[in-house]
Write a protein that binds this ligand. Sequence first.
Ligand code: HEC
Length: 105
Amino acid sequence: MLDMTNRHLICLLLALLCAPPVQASSQLALDKGCYSCHGEPPRRNAPSMAQLATDYARYRSQADAPRRLADKLREGGLFAHIAAHERLSPEECETLMRWIIEGAK
Ligand code: HEC
């Protein structure tokens, strides 16, 4: 009986330790206000998070894609300066790009 309990405890601990980082990333997206424009429905000309994920799935085989996309997003376009993008730290942005490439779940 005690053995069973211990095994359950170990399983629970492992599950907690190995919890997919996507959870943390979706929380980061929430915290950073990404959904105020990329929600459902998205705001004005912003694509929804699901659309972005579909679009970015093509980068899955490219190891350097998260960093490249993050640099590009933080830089902004000539006419598209979005504070929420530019405020991100390089690390945060890379985490979010990786999360979007993996499906933004
Ligand atoms: C104020 C509204 C707004 C907020 C907040 C916002 N975005 Fe955006 N985002 C846009 C718009 C508009 C576009 C499309 C225009 C463009 O590409 O510049 C866009 C485009 C993007 C793209 C595609 C860029 C490309 O060229 O492929 C990504 C990725 C992205 N946003 C991620 C995020 C993330 C992650 C957050 C949260 C940190 C976020 N956005 C917050 C408005 C917003």
